[in-house]
Structure formats: C-alpha cells, structure tokens
Design a protein around this ligand. Sequence first.
Ligand code: MEV
Length: 419
Amino acid sequence: MDQRLAILADFADLTHEEVAALSSQGALTLEQADKMVENAIGIYSLPLGLGLNFLINDKDYVIPLAVEEPSVIAAVSSVAKLVRGAGGFHAEATERRMIGQVQVVNVPNLEQAASELAKNRDDLIKQANNAHPSLQKRGGGAVDIAVRLLNQEPKAVFPPMLVLHLLVDTQEAMGANMVNTMVEAIAPTVAELTGGDVHLRILSNFVDECVATAHCVIPPPLLATSEYSGEEVRDRLISAYQFAASDIYRAVTHNKGVMNGVDAAVIASGNDWRAVEAAAHAYAARDGHYGSMTRWTVDYDGNLCGELTLPMPVGTVGGSIKVHPIAQLTQKITGIKSARELSQLIVVVGLAQNFAAIKALVTDGIQKGHMALQARSLAMVAGATGSLVDIIAGQLVASGEINSSKADSLLKEYTVKKS
Ligand code: MEV
C-alpha cells in the first residue's frame, strides 16, 4: 500500500495531506458526515482501488474505483491492458441536457394547452433562467421545452395529463437542484397557460439527452486462450451478448456486470450512483424490451467490436463532490477536465467490466478467477490478519474448496501448528 501511494503521489502530483487523506479510512470527518445527512452515527467505508492501463481517446488514465467486490478492479485493469494492445478505447459524450418535468392534470383542452405552452416557449425559458441566473452566466441554462400528452384515447388506462419538459444545460453539474428550482419557478405560469392543476415539478432521471458511449475493436489474436482460438473466443463472446439481448433473466445479470464497473467509478467520483443506475436500466429497456446494455459484433476484418451507450448524469461540481475529500482527490488522480470527460471514463469502465465477465464466462468460467480473489475475504472472515490472510487464501485456492468452513479449519490447523 505504501509503495502504491508513493507511486500515485508522484504520478498525480499529490500533496502529503492528500496522501494522508487517502490513507485515513474514509477521509470524511464525522463533522462533515453530520452535515451531509440526518441522524448521522458514523461513516461507512469502501475500498478504493485504481483501474490501471486505460488508454482512452489516445490519452492514458488511471481510474479510481470504489467497490467492495473482489475481482472488479483486477478484471478492468487486465481488460484495459488487452485493449491498449489494440489501440485503446474510444469514447464520446453528447451535450449535457437534463430534463425537468411539470405534471399538469385536469386540463380542459389538452391540444389548446399544448399550443399555448409552445407559443410562450421563450418566456418560459426566460423565467426558468431567471430562477437560476448563475447557470446562464456559466454558458448553460434552460434551452428548450417540449410538451407531452399522456393517457390519450384509445389506449388510456389513467386520466389524461399534460407534461411539460424543460431542457436544461447544467454545464459541469449533475444539476438536480438547478432543474428542480427552475421547474418550480415556471409552474404557476404553466398552470395559468394550460388552465390545469400543476402537481409534480421534478427532474427526470431518464436523461436520454445526456449520454456517453465507449467503443473498442479487438483483433482475434488478442483474445486467444490456451484452450480456444481468438476467433472462437470472439464468437462465443458475441453469442453471450446475443443471449443477454434476447433474455431478461440473462440481461439483468449481464448488465449487473456492466454496473459493477460503472457504479465503482461513479461512487469514487462522488456522484449520485442511484441516478446513474436508474437511468442505465431504463435505457436498456427504452424500446420496450429490457436487453443488453452492451453490444458485441464482428466487423469486416473479423475484429470483435464492443459498444456501450448509457445516460450519464454526472458532474464535476455540486452535490457532495466539493464536500467529500476523496471525490476531490479522485478527480485529481484521473486528471479529467470536464463532466463529459468523466462520463466517457465511466462508460469505458462499464464496457471493460462487461468484457471481462463474459470472456471469463465463455472460457474458464467465472469461478476460477473469482474464487481465488474471494479466498482472501473468506480468510479475513475466518479471523486471519496481516500476512496470514494471503497464506490462508493460498491454501484455500490450493485445496480447491474455497468456502468459509474450509477457511475456518485451515486457520485452526495453522494456529495449532504454530503454537
Ligand atoms: C458478478 O458480480 C457479475 C457477473 O455475474 C456478470 C455476468 O454474468 O456477466 C459475473
């Protein structure tokens, strides 16, 4: 750990205080925690590790990942190394437009209400921006509106309603508070223009106008294992993707693997991972069928092509990012300059994690690598500490029985022998 921190300090130009923050569990103080949530009683920590070897858009990155599951960090680092041999990952991100929703019920004439809102588009945008003028000064702000009519005949199950969408460029912030302030500010005008009753005024977490995409192209020779040729691994990977694309039972597990990487990167960045989770799964079902988040295909040259697009409502400012010392540090370690760049790194980690999982599944099976890493946790649960953790973990792997009762008995045997 000390050696890693020394190398990292040199690489990311960290101060002594920053290194000390990384080494002090959680780094968040009790006082800070008490200001962040209600009824605070302590701090819940997670391991923070580094995803290594990432080459993204021809730039090198190390990506901090906060995750409790063994093998996630090792898996993405090893995939990043493999993909680096094929020119690295490519990623892009759209403009960042968040959506605020205003729900209007009991509208006397929906079509007329929609046309009144459209006529007053510029005024509504102006009012929204007046509610948060600093955002416009930074180059962002409310930029457009859209009107949607729900529960129209003949398919209506519930009473009809009108929903106004306010589109907001939130710049470097995720922007939930800004958007909520704006939709609350325009709500009285919306009620007046539509003649209806305004109920909900809230951000939509389905941010389909703020997405990031990661790609990789891998030649078959890089995929070969001792048991399978590169072409065989490629075709088996594609078949694994097709399974996830066709079956919800497999898709949820496949996508859980994607989110192992995505969540770890989002948490380390100090962003709201529930927002990213909610949007990601909804996006995987955007055509009415829940399927694979990633897509794996073959190109004309026989290369394996991977792609992942996800909504990415993350920021580099706002929320707890400026409060949490580790969120500040992880930004410094990645060297990212914008929320768009951060969102690109996150989808790359998701794609890498999915590749690692399905490659293991179509070759050795998941347990071989997984259980070897799980062995350390089992050794710790059995009570091993210090260097004994690796000794007992090694014995567990060698025994081929990687479970908690074996860990207990190996630790007992070791302790008896030593005494
Ligand atoms: C385990 O955390 C994630 C996997 O189940 C993902 C997958 O099956 O693709 C290995």
